[in-house]
Design a binder for this molecule. Structure first.
Ligand code: HCS
Length: 579
């Protein structure tokens, strides 16, 4: 099955997944503490029987029992060298179950966490994890699974590693991904479901969901949250409630009828695909199938929202929303002390700047490590790890080097903003391709190889051309922000007017948000803050969405808050009073 065929399947019916593998196999004799994959291979009929019953009950997709069949997990049983063969043999069992049931249904290769922590919490390197997942995914694909599911994920970053791994070896196989949430509605690592949706659909998954967790009742609200941001199908595979201890044994007591009622609510909330996780058996799936049969399918939005994310926080960027400041301070240009510290490999000032800008209301933090005499790529990664350990603000990756941008996006556990893509032959398409691969947003800078545009018309033409190429490379209008390109009014008298007209053009004619590096406007003039503040309010009135600025400057922040208030933007009065 390819991605298009998977989507056609979802568009035809509410898809039903299988129920639990692990708890049902324990009911038929799988002991605790053994390697489950090895036990299943030694007792193949137990698995085939279970999956046959799921298919009879109405499952359209069964999960191959390859859940923890990755090299790191298998090491615990000294079976790591059998990783590839075991995955293939396990998939063959699920395929046998499908074959014995008149070839009804599909097989998903199943992947999950490794149990080892990624750097900086643990010492597992991101690229090592990507390789571990590549090995398993390649084996599953060779065994001809119809799709791959990455499930029971608690870390968004580990999920990203799995998705990047699968997509790097195969662009066409459908990939569905579900995370597990605690009672507070967040994963163990603090990610809420809407952040998972935004980040993972950006990486090219075909459905995002939630599995295991606390039970089906609590999932309804989480599915609603996912649905608000999802441009791919949403799915839910809940436990049959929480296990209870009965006679020293942990059991799931939720009745199939009640479970099926809950599944119906999950479909109303927006789930296009439903199934069961721990504690759910064939009866649960049978009742669920009957309950959702004939239900109206949730509508799947075709476009995603204009949103950035960190690992734990989302930032919506509506066209006429509250004005946003992208904190500009983490940039060594013109900052001697910061340059010295970076050359000495010290990030103390970076940490202070991150914390201060967050406290002073920045919505995004720009990270630029561009000085000579250091390894910019290495420093960028260090700075990102440092900053994300201190703040939940989404990041703006600022570098003139394509490889630095790519390395940064690869390890950034969210949807970042790229600063910036200009109309340079050698860099423009590679940067858009990287943005598409990692699901980042881009700032379009209407400069070309010929340099600064001389006229307003030329500038507009550069914007149009950048948008055209971005769309051609698979990005959408909601992935783009235009830099109004601010020149200094001391050198060019109509510099301010030209930028204002560019902002208006992007806002009114293209429906695109804009950003500008504010302080350029006053370069070389006295009392720059006065000019910057006046220019900022005029720009906001013309539709400016955000500025790369210093949020520690009160006058600027107050000017922006006042402008929002005067323009009667939603909740601007409260924001003005609260500041
Ligand atoms: N597919 C696995 C998930 C456990 S959380 C199982 O056992 O059903």
């Amino acid at each position: 099955m390819n991605r298009k065929q998977f989507r056609e399947l979802v568009d035809k019916q509410i898809l039903v997944l299988d129920g639990a593998t692990g708890t049902n196999l324990m009911d038929v004799g799988m002991p605790l503490g053994v390697c489950p994959e090895k036990w299943i291979l030694e007792h193949p009929e137990k698995l085939i029987n279970l999956q046959s019953k799921f298919i009879e009950a109405g499952s359209n997709i069964v999960y191959a029992p390859t859940f923890t069949c990755n090299r790191i997990k298998l090491e615990e049983y000294h079976l790591e060298d059998n990783t590839v063969q075991m995955n293939k043999d396990l998939v063959a069992l699920s395929k046998e179950a499908i074959a014995r049931n008149n070839y009804r249904g599909y097989v998903a290769g199943d992947m999950t966490m490794t149990g080892k922590q990624l750097y900086p919490i643990g010492d597992l390197k991101f690229e090592t994890l990507v390789d571990v997942y590549k090995e398993q995914a390649a084996a599953l694909i060779e065994a001809e699974v119809d799709l791959i599911v990455v499930e029971t994920m608690m870390s968004l970053q580990e999920t990203r590693a799995a998705v990047i791994a699968i997509r790097e070896i195969n662009e066409e196989i459908p990939v569905i991904v579900s995370l597990t949430y605690n009672e507070d509605g967040r994963t163990l690592f603090g990610t809420p479901p809407e952040v998972a949706v935004v980040t993972l659909q950006g990486l090219g998954v075909d459905a995002v969901g939630i599995n295991c967790s606390t039970g089906p009742e609590e999932m309804t609200e989480l599915v609603e949250k996912m649905k608000e941001y999802a441009s791919v199908p949403v799915f839910a595979k809940p436990n049959a409630g929480m296990p209870e201890l009965v006679d020293g044994k942990s059991v799931y007591l939720m009745k199939p009828e009640y479970f099926a009622d809950c599944a119906k609510k999950l479909v109303y909330a927006g789930a296009s695909i439903v199934g069961g996780c721990c504690g759910s058996n064939c009866k649960h799936i049978e009742k669920l199938k009957i309950a959702v049969r004939g239900m109206e399918r949730p509508v799947i939005n075709e476009t995603h929202k204009r949103t950035l994310s960190s690992e734990r926080k989302l930032l919506d960027i509506p066209l006429d929303g509250p004005f946003l400041v992208v904190g500009e301070r983490i940039n060594p240009t013109g900052k001697k002390k910061l340059q010295e510290e970076l050359r000495a490999g010290n990030l103390d000032i970076v940490s202070e700047m991150a914390v201060a800008q967050d406290k002073n209301g920045a919505a995004v933090l720009d990270i630029n490590m561009g000085i000579n005499g250091i390894d910019e790529e290495e420093m960028m990664l260090k700075a990102i790890y440092e900053v994300i350990s201190l703040t939940d603000l989404p990041l703006c990756i600022d570098s003139s080097y394509v490889n630095v941008v790519e390395s940064a996006l690869r390890i950034y556990p969210g949807r970042a903003l790229i600063n910036s893509v200009s109309l340079e032959e050698k860099k423009c398409r590679p940067l858009f391709k990287i943005a598409k691969k990692y699901g980042a947003m881009c700032i379009l800078l209407p400069l070309s190889d010929a340099g600064l545009p001389e006229t307003l018309e030329e500038k507009k033409e550069n914007v149009r051309e950048l948008v055209r190429i971005a769309l051609e490379e698979g990005l959408t209008m909601n992935d783009l922000v235009v830099d109004g390109l601010v020149s200094t009014v001391g050198a060019l008298k109509d510099a301010g007017l030209m930028t204002l007209e560019t902002i208006r053009f992007c806002h009114d004619e293209l429906g695109l948000p804009t950003i500008c590096g504010l302080s350029n406007i006053s370069f070389g003039l006295p009392e720059r803050i006065n000019i910057n503040s006046a220019f900022l309010t005029m720009a906001i009135a013309n539709g400016l969405t955000m500025a790369i600025a210093n949020p520690d400057q009160d006058q600027l922040v107050n000017a922006a808050l006042s402008a929002d208030l005067l323009l009667n933007k939603t909740d601007a009065d409260n924001r003005y009073v609260m500041n």
